[in-house]
Design a protein around this ligand. Sequence first.
Ligand code: CTP
Ligand code: CA
Length: 229
Amino acid sequence: RAAAAEPRPLAGRSVVISAGGTREPIDPVRFLGNRSSGAMGVALAAAAHAAGADVVLIGANLDVAPPAGVEVVAVETTAQLRDAMLARADADVVVMAAAVADYRVDGVADEKRSKESWGDAPTIVLSLNPDILAELARAPRDGLVVGFGAETEPDDEALLRRGREKLARKGADLLVVNRVGHDAGFGDVETRIRVLDASGVVADASGSKASVARAIIETIAERLPAPSA
Ligand code: CTP
Ligand code: CA
């Protein structure tokens, strides 16, 4: 006999999720990057798909395989991620789970740098990247905008305070706070997340990335405005 069908609270809804970490080129063969594997965003995409959503995963340099049944758009740089997200800002739900490079490299070299051209003590000059989450939150929209706040802050009070500040600064509807470090948050390990809205903590979940992703998707589904006619 078939098992009872799983609830599909996101049936008919469009969900766009960024995952992974953006890379900023220095020259044709080098980049500045970060250690994000994309596992959290990929787990969210899988959970959203299981909940019945039409999911687009904007994958920045993913180290993990994307889930089946999900449309994947591969990007590398923050500028490419921004274009891909803003083009889909009218989705019912947009989630910025990607670790976005805060800075890009000024004057990217067209040719591979050599020690001769670079010298003994080269400097790399950086410029601030646009804040994609804040831009999505400012865009005219009916949907829900969800951000992540990955922090290494060991003190829980301070972690949540930073999360509340980040939520307010970005203007997102929800912010998922999680602690990251050398042994927490990156890679396949036990994760604890809290979801914040303007009123405070609205969800608290621990476990595998798959299980916290389900909790996050449930929280999002509960808060989604009814479909517009
Ligand atoms: N984010 C973004 N665009 C950026 C930087 C961050 O969209 N240029 C998004 C991330 O995807 C995440 C959220 O903003 O959803 C918070 O990212 P985080 O790095 O914690 O915040 P920052 O504002 O960059 O603050 P910090 O100085 O602490 O890095
Ligand atoms: Ca940042």
